[in-house]
Design a protein around this ligand. Structure first.
Ligand code: ATP
Length: 211
């Protein structure tokens, strides 16, 4: 004989109706968003890496199914949704503005040159704790250090050197919003619907009485 979850818990003298299941895919999405809010981060594949790896590598575990897939690096078990992606060639003014915190440092001119050497791939990535997790996935700034402490990271695998280090990721949520506005416009930074790439895979069930 089989019992439903509700029936089984009722038999165990736990108040009935303590389970909830989303009544539709739309409700499930709303409830998931409520309990597991997604964060957005800004990610950029720098010109050298975008050129070198163009067309031969893919984001394997990201929910993306567009032709832009061809232009991204291979990232395993990342679990990000790519909400926005496009190719963009930064001007010198844009690159200098983007990295203005580093103005005056000895590598600043080289950094601007590196960022304007060709088109970059810019993306908005969504996931719970996206900012921190993308930075972990990138690895340390210097690929030599990345190879030692985080050999699976993107920089350990794809960076050329500390300057031409394959990828950028926002360092905090506020920077992420500013960079998204910079690349995609204000509206996109503060509101945009989930992209068509985001698929709902799970049925959401939670216990109402556990807290
Ligand atoms: N010592 C250095 N020599 C040459 N280039 C450097 C050096 N330090 C940093 N850079 C370049 O400047 C960028 C910004 O440096 P930052 O210290 O903010 O590192 P990061 O936060 O790991 O990188 P990013 O801001 O690109 O995500 C680096 O990604 C790298 O391209």
């Amino acid at each position: 004989m089989t019992f439903s979850l509700r029936a089984r818990y009722a038999i165990d003298s736990v108040p009935i109706n303590q389970l909830h299941g989303s009544s539709s895919a739309v409700d499930a999405e709303k409830e998931l968003e409520f309990f597991f809010p997604e964060e957005k981060t800004f990610a950029l594949i720098k010109p050298d890496a975008a050129k070198t790896h163009k067309g031969k590598a893919v984001f394997t575990d990201v929910n993306i199914s567009t032709k832009d897939l061809q232009r991204t690096l291979q990232v395993k078990q990342a679990g990000f949704s790519i909400s926005k992606v496009k190719e963009q060639a930064l001007t010198r003014e844009m690159a200098a503005q983007f990295y203005k915190d580093h103005e005056g440092k000895p590598f600043f001119e080289d950094l601007v040159n590196c960022m304007t050497a060709g088109p970059s791939v810019v993306m908005v990535l969504s996931k719970e704790n996206a900012v921190e997790e993308w930075r972990q996935l990138m690895g340390p700034t210097d690929p030599e250090e990345a190879k030692k402490v985080s050999p699976e990271s993107i920089r350990a695998q794809f960076a050329h050197d500390i300057l031409s280090n394959a990828v950028h990721g926002s360092s905090n949520p506020e920077h992420a919003m500013k960079s998204i506005a910079f690349a995609f416009g204000e509206l996109d930074a503060y509101w945009f619907p989930q992209g068509p790439e985001k698929h709902l895979h799970c049925l959401f069930i939670f216990f109402l009485d556990v807290f």
